[in-house]
Ligand binder design. Structure first.
Ligand code: ATP
Ligand code: MG
Length: 420
């Protein structure tokens, strides 16, 4: 029969031989986030489409081109293209704004975008994200950048930190005018999407991936020349804090980020090891978002890391930590005279080892003695024990260290203790 189970384009399987890399990475992220006081939040995979249009922004690629939207009976829903909208919706809906500020949350989620599938660009991908709600202080920006950098360093990934300030609404009014004046003579040459964004959000023109638009944008005015005094001062303080933490950065006035909700500080961590889709982490401040979503005006900021790109970068460095291996393989050598008692003792010994957190195995495929020994070798078991007639009689077994070949004699019920 033909296999109907073919995988969809843009969605990946993680096999048992690699899932430990994901688990170790996710654990390291959660543990690091905890040291900064961030706790996990979980929220649904889908939200009302309207939430993403309002928060991500109607002039963004995500909203205009990339959302997976389904019509339900009562409303139209979208699979989350990112985490911030859903996380902040959950914060608002559950009254977390009434608790002590700042609220620090993180999440590990799948996200969905209908894009051109390439290496590091998928339809279903995964993010580790963190959000801090309720602090307008430059120290919050520095802490969020420090935490992201800390995680990337611990994963052994070399990245460059690029930062920028895209100001507030006030700075942007003047800046938008300057951008429109700059692009106006070439307006007809811009791609259709950029033409449609020219009036409403000309900053988006700097983020276009088309070569023609990129060329036209090359000498566009830069936002940092248009920052109001408060935004300029905020940015200066963030930079000073990063310097005092010894965190290297480059100010890149071209970073505008792909989501409309950002204000002031924006940043990206870029890896040189994974090809064209090089941004492994993106984030920034979004002081206007909570109010935009119908909540009280509350400053906030965050970042998201793309798990697939991180894992590509870790593999490029060959520094995925190692997987665990089988601790104990027990060969049940039953004969006519033992009548199944060896298997019973094997099963009990394996249970005792598991109770101590050990990975214990015995044959489930009807293999003979020799084939079992071969199998134990193949799976790389650390210790091997044979239970047969004489072991049952004496109540002792020989525990073989498979790496060194050394053997030691032990009481059957003490096997779990000696394979430490
Ligand atoms: P890009 O410019 O590469 O499209 P973005 O600005 O759209 O990225 P964000 O919305 O900031 O990305 O998402 C944060 C991170 O999530 C990115 O830096 C990236 O690592 C990852 N990411 C985003 N989209 C995808 C995707 N389609 N497939 C895999 N990872 C993705
Ligand atoms: Mg994108």
């Amino acid at each position: 029969m033909e296999l109907v189970a073919t995988r969809n384009k843009g969605a990946e399987d993680v096999l048992p031989s690699e899932s430990y890399i994901w688990q170790n990475t996710e654990r390291l992220m959660a543990d690091t986030a905890k040291t900064y006081g961030f706790r996990e939040i979980r929220f649904p995979t889908f939200e009302k489409t309207e939430l993403f249009i309002r928060s991500v922004g109607e002039t963004t690629d995500v909203v205009q081109k990339e959302m997976w939207t389904v019509k339900g009976r009562e409303s139209t829903y979208t699979l989350r293209p990112e985490g911030t909208a859903g996380a902040i919706r959950a914060v608002l809906q559950n009254g977390l704004l009434n608790e002590a500020m700042p609220q620090k949350i993180y999440y590990q989620i799948s996200a969905f975008r209908h894009e051109n599938v390439q290496k590091g660009r998928l339809w279903e991908f995964h993010q580790f994200g963190a959000e801090m709600v309720g602090s307008a202080a430059p120290a919050a920006d520095a802490q969020i950048i420090q935490m992201a950098g800390d995680i990337l360093n611990k994963l052994g990934i070399s990245t460059e930190l690029h930062i920028n300030s895209i100001g507030c609404k006030q700075c942007r009014t003047k800046y938008y005018e300057a951008l429109r004046a700059y692009f106006a003579p070439d307006k007809e040459k811009l791609c259709e999407t950029c033409q449609s964004r020219f009036e409403k959000n000309p900053m988006r023109l700097l983020d276009c991936k088309s070569e023609i638009c990129k060329g036209i944008a090359a000498n566009a005015p830069i936002i940092t020349d248009y920052l109001c005094d408060e935004c300029a001062e905020h940015f200066a303080k963030v930079k000073a804090l990063l310097e005092s933490l010894g965190i290297e950065y480059t100010v890149d006035p071209r970073i505008v980020r792909g989501l409309d909700y950002y204000t002031r500080t924006v940043f990206e961590f870029i890896s040189r090891d994974i090809g064209a889709q090089a941004t492994v982490c993106g984030g920034g401040r979004y002081d206007g978002l909570i109010e935009e979503m119908g909540g009280p005006s509350t400053p906030a900021l965050g970042f998201a890391m793309g798990m697939e790109r991180l894992i590509l970068a870790m593999k490029a460095k060959e520094n995925g930590s190692s997987d665990s291996v089988c601790d104990l393989y027990i060969v049940a050598a039953d004969s006519d005279s033992t009548g199944g008692k060896a298997l019973e003792a094997t099963v009990r010994t394996a249970s005792a080892a598991r109770a101590k957190g050990k990975w214990a195995e015995y044959d489930l495929c009807g293999r003979g003695f020799k084939a079992q020994m071969k199998y134990a070798n193949k799976i790389g078991a650390k210790y091997l024990v044979v239970i047969g007639e004489s072991e049952l009689e004496s109540g002792t077994v020989r525990v073989k260290n498979m790496a060194t070949g050394e053997e030691s004699e032990t009481a059957l019920d003490a096997v779990a203790d000696v394979i430490g």
